[in-house]
Design a protein around this ligand. Structure first.
Ligand SMILES: Cc1cc2nc3c(=O)[nH]c(=O)nc-3n(C[C@H](O)[C@H](O)[C@H](O)COP(=O)(O)OP(=O)(O)OC[C@H]3O[C@@H](n4cnc5c(N)ncnc54)[C@H](O)[C@@H]3O)c2cc1C
Length: 743
């Protein structure tokens, strides 16, 4: 975690992870830009490289080969990542609007969000067609199309709508893929124009037509689709074309947010830019790739090759704009190498007006595409660095980094020793229900006959430079202590430390974003944020005092656990190692997205279900990891217990990272608990390490009758979408071991 923005830093927001932005990130990774704080706003962590999509459709590439995970790339460029879609750009106020959070203020911004497909709003198209945008949806649905085609029991009829390069490639490669599945598909390409591949050299179109004829792929020109129907499509001339599957590649159109944002656009809704790539009328806003139209070159095709070429210009101009230097002008190339995959290892191509074809053309395409991908694919599926990234120097500061969130805390032993050194209170207070000696997650005192006020204070170091996310997670985490006692939290007060070096505007923004994040968690829980206290510190901190009132008789004290109870954990484990790896650019984007999701889900549904199903004890699992918090609960109850490693629910990527030796900085402290555990043979490896991983905003650990355990886990999973599981049981104490661990 950096110490937040400094006064000298300007905030650059990159919206979208398109072809130009991945180049900006790579360049910033190699040469960190001084004076810029960078945030990448992206709707999904995985950007698909469209050039290899036809090869994937043909069955020549695995999905991961076309994926660029922008998260590790961004992290290595020192960028914060906001995994949410942008919904608008207020260029006058210099703000990016983002789903589910307040707008983000920028000094400089760049938009590279690509395009969508024309014609999706025609009747029936969204419901029945497989659109090629977002490309990730196309990739997800191709396998289903092949399976469904195989299940038909007859020759599948596939309609491909669109006569541009994408449509031609998909008609060829779908035909090839279905033939490889021993089917005899009838593929038909429908296009509205008079000629196929308009805008490309005529020789290329002639070659495509020849190969279509040879392979029995029908081509119908002048065919304007009016609607998609259950049986295929209805054309504007009233005729019907039958098809079992409909693939929609009908040309590029703009995402609505650009025009809706009031930006200057062309008649198709693409934002107008100068040749410096700045949006017309706004010196601090850039736009590139498909989403932009250059005023001086309005007929530049919407093709990835242009977005790729713009990358270095954009990088240079962003740096120049930040430094107040003159900007350079981009002139689109007059011609580019076109290579169209026909499936089966052959390609058609064109350059400088000439066309060609052959296996060598496909080999060339494969080589170009793979070379491009090696520049941006940082991690493999298990989180290991790929290619050149393995030999690069570690991220600046990564080795000295200390984890934030609940992983930044005082170890159990010094805490216990410090508390033991305190003089006992002068006199007993009969109204104290849980005091310092209670070893509970909360404080509790009587407020009326049978009623207790239950409260807790949490404070942690920022685990990310995204204050909204940190504020939200801190609020969920703080409410968990009270929820774990079976009490509804009602009121909260905030404690926030802003970094010493910030100016007033930056302090205000950080505080606003963090408290807005807290409200996003507290409001749906019915917790009212009443006030709080701020201070300054070398690194930002946030925490909350949360309280609620409940019936004393219903409190889920840790001591209530009984031998024979089952133990249920209501969230998957692994946030510690995932947040740690993310700070080093070693966590895959989808893993990080899952960790963020788990940390921001409150434990309210779990607490409610636990109470209804007769829980006898509960605690929330945070910085001391499952091992530490379970040992506490069992110790308070005077019981032993058993944990089944195989039953532990891991977050995606947690086991892979632990297996690679990644550890949160607090992990070794938690691992000291290993000395007090009885390990069965085979209880080892990453699943054992999961026990010691410090959790930020973890789940509840609930002891309840065995007969209700499965129902609790199922209900929590159904309500939260998170993997809850029965992970073991409470037993009579056995020797010195806090609990036993089975493989
Ligand atoms: C099947 C097919 C094959 C193609 N083959 C080729 C080819 O071989 N060569 C070629 O030059 N062109 C090809 N194209 C065209 C090419 O895909 C596009 O021109 C290219 O992807 C545009 O790149 P881009 O950088 O503008 O945006 P994209 O590559 O589309 O990237 C957009 C990024 O923005 C993100 N995003 C979108 N909306 C939001 C939002 N609201 N908030 C935040 N993030 C958002 C996306 O997740 C993504 O990260 C093909 C197209 C198709 C459909």
């Amino acid at each position: 975690m950096k110490h937040g923005p400094s006064t000298a830093q300007r905030h650059l927001i990159l919206v979208g992870g398109g072809h130009s932005h991945v180049q900006v990130l790579r360049r910033f990774m190699m040469e960190p830009p001084g004076g810029l704080r960078i945030t990448l706003v992206v709707d999904t962590p995985i950007a698909i490289y469209s050039g290899m999509v036809p090869g994937y459709v043909a069955g020549e590439y695995a999905a991961r080969e076309l994926e660029i995970d922008v998260v590790p790339l961004a992290r290595r460029a020192g960028a914060e990542v906001v995994l949410s879609a942008a919904t608008g750009i207020d260029a006058a106020a210099r703000q990016i609007h983002v789903v589910g959070r307040p707008p983000l203020a920028y000094d400089l911004a760049s938009v590279d969000i690509g395009s969508t497909v024309l014609g999706l709003d025609l009747p029936g198209v969204r419901a029945r067609a497989i659109p090629t945008r977002p490309i990730s949806h196309l990739v997800r649905r191709v396998e289903g199309l092949v399976d469904d085609a195989c299940a038909l029991g007859r020759a599948p009829r596939v309609l491909v709508v669109g006569g541009g390069a994408g449509g031609v490639e998909l008609a060829f490669t779908l035909d090839w893929r279905l033939r490889r599945a021993d089917l005899e598909p009838e593929v038909e390409l429908l296009h509205a124009g008079e000629t196929l591949l308009a805008g490309f050299p005529p020789g290329l179109a002639a070659r495509a037509a020849r190969h279509f004829a040879r392979r029995g792929i029908a081509v119908r020109g002048g065919a304007r689709v009016a609607a998609a129907t259950d049986d295929g499509v209805l054309l504007e001339d009233g005729s019907e074309v039958r098809g079992d599957f409909l693939v929609w590649v009908a040309g590029a159109t703009s995402h609505g947010i650009l025009r809706a944002s009031g930006l200057p656009t062309d008649d198709r809704g693409f934002v107008l830019t100068r040749s410096t790539l700045q949006v017309e009328g706004y010196d601090d806003l850039f736009a590139v790739g498909d989403c932009a139209t250059l005023e001086d070159y309005p007929r530049t095709p919407k093709a990835g090759v242009y977005a790729v070429r713009q990358g270095p210009y954009l990088t240079a101009n962003l740096l120049a704009a930040a430094a107040g230097r003159p900007l350079s002008r981009y002139k689109p190339q007059g011609d580019f190498l076109t290579l169209l995959n026909m499936g089966g290892g052959t390609a058609l191509g064109a350059k400088w007006g000439a066309s060609f074809e052959g296996r060598w053309a496909m080999r060339l395409k494969d080589r170009i595409d793979r070379k491009f991908m090696t520049l941006f694919q940082v991690l493999d599926e298990a989180g290991a660095e790929l290619g050149g990234f393995a030999s690069m120097a570690p991220m600046a500061g990564a080795d000295t980094m200390i984890c934030g969130g609940c992983a930044a805390k005082l170890a159990q032993e010094p805490l216990a020793r410090a508390l033991a050194r305190l003089e006992p209170a002068a006199a007993e207070d009969p109204e104290v229900v849980f005091g310092v000696e209670a070893a509970e997650d909360v404080a509790a005192h009587l407020v009326a006959e049978g009623a207790v006020d239950v409260s807790s204070v949490e404070l942690f170091r920022f685990f990310s430079d995204d204050p909204f996310l940190v504020g939200r997670v801190a609020a969920v985490n703080a409410a968990s202590d009270v929820l774990a006692k079976g009490v509804r939290p009602r009121y909260a007060q905030a404690l926030v430390a802003v970094p010493d070096g910030l100016d007033d505007a930056a302090r205000e923004e950080l505080l606003f974003q963090a408290l807005a994040g807290a409200r996003a968690a507290f409001d749906p829980l019915g917790v009212r944020l009443l006030g709080g206290h701020t201070t300054t510190a070398p690194a930002p901190l946030i925490g909350f005092h949360v309280e609620g009132t409940g019936a004393r008789s219903l409190l889920l004290a840790k001591a209530g656990a009984r031998p024979g109870d089952a133990l249920v954990l209501t969230k998957p484990l692994g946030t510690g190692v995932l947040l740690y790896a993310d700070r080093k650019g070693r966590a895959r984007g989808p893993w990080l997205a899952a960790a963020h999701e788990a940390m921001t889900v409150t434990n309210a549904a779990a607490a409610r279900a636990a109470l209804e199903l007769g829980a006898s004890a509960a605690t929330d699992v945070t910085g001391f990891g499952l091992a530490g918090h379970l040992a506490d609960l069992l110790h308070a109850a005077g019981c032993g217990g058993v944990v089944e490693l195989a039953a532990l629910p891991p977050l995606p990527g947690a086991l892979e990272l632990l297996a690679r030796g990644e550890r949160s900085t607090f992990h070794p402290e938690n691992r000291k608990a290993l000395r007090g555990l009885a390990l069965a043979s085979g209880a080892a490896g990453p699943r054992l390490e999961l026990l010691f991983d410090p959790q930020t905003s973890g789940g509840l650990l609930v002891a309840l009758p065995e007969s209700r355990a499965a129902e609790l886990a199922a209900r929590v999973t159904a309500e939260t979408g998170l993997a809850a599981a029965r992970i073991g049981s409470v037993s009579e104490p056995s020797g010195d071991a806090a609990f036993a661990v089975r493989a």
